[in-house]
Design a protein around this ligand. Structure first.
Ligand code: DGT
Ligand code: CA
Ligand code: CA
Ligand code: ZN
Length: 575
């Protein structure tokens, strides 16, 4: 069981207790526990397994939480959570997941209006009953309606980063079974999609029964949905489904190809095969004779499968039936970006604003990660919640950076700022201040709900400012939580070309903004993309890999990404 899953269970307990009107201190204990577990630098399950260590030694974890963690790790379940869930209707649980609607508000809706499902909630909002409740108002009602739309379109898809944690654990579990020769993930996870619906695993083994028994023992499984001779589907406590298939050696590549998808890519591939008198399925590639007999041609590796079609073994990230077949035919399959190509990280915060680490700690962490140049980009004054920098504090920080630069000759530290684009348009700091920075990021944090024309104007205004180098998280979406701004991206792309600006691919797994198709569009237009972590702690620097994956899905090569350039070349691009 991952730390994330344990934390999610505690968050759910807290939500349900709060919904029931439990003692706020009790509620807070669970929330604090959840946060502690997420922030912990190591796996809780390992501490449980280690006889020489005690969970209660961790700060913020008392005897009660420790017992619950042990139960979760060893059985994959939490009796207390199950009891609470049985006391509250399932439809109310769905309500708690509506963004903008916490357990407290849900309790009021339940008590005052008898609302206990998403449908009833929508009806109450439509009839404008919600705005009259104490502590709600028209704005809240609107926010709930928006949240409903997100909840209804299924927030059950899991963010890739979280899926990756689960996959890592499941692979480790599966590989401990000796009779398993090979196991590989497939599906949308392997294609690096920003969210995944369910997880797909392929196993090469001779004894399918043994494999499936072992798979079923994975802690955290709450339900076996189906089990056949070679296929098994299970559900995890988080609700995530996992499919496992056992395949013979001669079909492993064919099965990998088939179950990696995407469906659209497979449909195109099979259509092409048919034209050649071939048949491709999860068992292999077969020559179909006129009398209907089939001869096995290939299937051990994916490469063999594609080779029968004179196609290259496409990187999974681009198997979407977008441009990959044309690229292959023209012999122009891009050599996709790799993590090792990244030389710089140009968006990070320190504890001068809302970061956790000091300037020096961020520099040290960047060096540890082998970065050749970085930009320190704390928030500007408008972001008062984050203690944003005014002109004076920004200039003082840059002076400090000049000093530190002298101590570090092995990394280049850019004096940067993440400057807000004001609601009424214009930058949050005066031009003569921005002129003294090496690197200016422009961001929208306020007025995100403005109509398209207005918010687009603001961003175009920033692109026209000669001191601005780049727009951060250009669409503002938060996966599963917040829709993108109504910004007209075509205009943003055109302005970026015209004013020779860069665009950020924010690597935070909750943002991944620009999304993959935007990256592809930027590439076609020759707009340099900068992949940045937007780190708010030293550990935050490690999210770069999610951005790299997203860039690969957009078909980006090292050449398309500016922070792959050596410093001298990047400096030239800046000027
Ligand atoms: P997901 O789970 O919704 O994030 O997306 P996938 O792509 O993982 O889809 P999933 O789990 O339903 O199936 C895994 C792969 O299996 C899918 O990418 C392609 C293949 N596949 C599934 N159903 C079909 C089908 O009806 N036709 C074809 N050609 N391929 C299929
Ligand atoms: Ca899947
Ligand atoms: Ca599946
Ligand atoms: Zn930032």
């Amino acid at each position: 069981m991952t730390n994330q899953e344990i934390a999610a269970a505690f968050e759910q307990v807290a939500d349900l207790l709060e919904f029931q009107g439990a003692n706020p201190f009790r509620v807070r204990a669970y929330r604090n526990g959840a946060r502690k577990i997420v922030d912990l630098g190591e796996r809780v399950s390992e501490i449980v397994a280690d006889e020489s260590r005690q969970l209660t030694d961790l700060d913020g974890i008392g005897k009660d939480l420790a017992e619950k963690i042990e139960q979760l790790v060893t059985t994959g379940r939490l009796t207390q959570l199950e009891e609470l869930q049985s006391q509250v209707p399932g439809t109310v649980l769905a309500m708690l997941r509506v963004p903008g609607l916490g357990p407290k508000k849900a309790a009021v809706l339940f008590k005052e209006l008898g609302v206990e499902s998403l449908d009833q909630l929508r009806a109450a909002c439509d009839q404008q009953q919600v705005r009259d409740l104490k502590g709600f108002g028209a704005k809240t009602e609107e926010a709930i309606l928006k949240g409903l739309a997100i909840a209804e379109q299924g927030d059950q898809r899991t963010k890739w980063a979280k899926a990756d944690e689960i996959v890592t654990e499941v692979l480790e579990h599966l590989r401990s079974e000796k009779s398993i020769k090979r196991v590989e993930p497939a599906g949308s996870y392997r294609r690096g999609c920003e969210t995944v619906g369910d997880l797909d695993f392929l196993v090469e083994a001779t004894d399918a029964v043994k494999v499936m028994d072992h798979f079923g023992n994975y802690p955290g499984i709450v339900e076996v949905i189906a089990r056949g001779d070679t296929k098994m589907s299970v559900r995890l406590a988080s609700g995530m489904q996992m499919d496992l298939r056992v395949v013979p050696k001669e079909s492993f590549g064919a099965a990998s190809q088939y179950f990696t998808g995407s469906k659209a890519h497979n449909v195109e591939l099979r259509g092409r095969a048919k034209q050649r008198g071939l048949k491709i399925n999860e068992w292999g590639v077969f020559q179909v004779e006129t009398d209907g007999t089939e001869t096995y041609l290939a299937g051990r590796t994916e490469k063999d499968v594609y080779k029968t079609m004179d196609l290259p073994c496409f990187p999974p990230e681009i198997r979407e039936d977008r441009e990959e077949f044309q690229w292959a035919e023209a012999g122009k399959l891009p050599k996709l970006l790799e993590q090792k190509d990244i030389r710089a990280d140009l968006h990070m915060h320190t504890n001068a604003t809302d970061g956790k680490a000091t300037l020096e700690e961020m520099i040290a962490a960047a060096k540890e990660r082998g970065l050749e140049y970085i930009a320190i980009t704390d928030h500007s004054q408008r972001v008062s919640m984050a203690n944003g920098l005014d002109a004076k504090r920004a200039l003082a920080q840059w002076k400090e950076i000049d000093k530190l630069q002298k101590k570090h000759d092995d990394i280049r530290i850019l004096k940067g700022i993440e400057c807000d684009i004001l609601e009424k348009g214009g930058m949050d700091l005066p031009d003569d201040v921005l002129a003294q920075a090496d690197w200016v990021i422009a961001s929208v944090h306020y007025g995100q709900n403005q109509p398209s024309e207005q918010i687009t104007e603001r961003i175009l205004g920033a692109l026209e400012n000669p001191h601005v180098d780049i727009i951060a998280h250009p669409t503002g979406r938060l996966i599963n939580r917040r829709e993108p701004y109504a910004v007209d991206m075509d205009q943003v792309f055109n302005a970026a070309v015209k004013h020779k600006k860069m665009l950020e691919l924010n690597a935070n797994p909750a943002r991944l903004d620009l999304h993959d198709q935007h990256c592809a569009a930027a590439r076609r237009l020759g707009i340099p993309i900068v992949i940045s972590t937007d780190a708010h702690s030293t550990g935050g620097l490690d999210v770069m890999r999610y951005g790299v994956l997203q860039a690969r899905r957009g078909g980006l090569t090292a050449k398309d990404v500016a922070n792959t350039l050596p410093w001298e070349k990047f400096a030239k691009l800046l000027n």
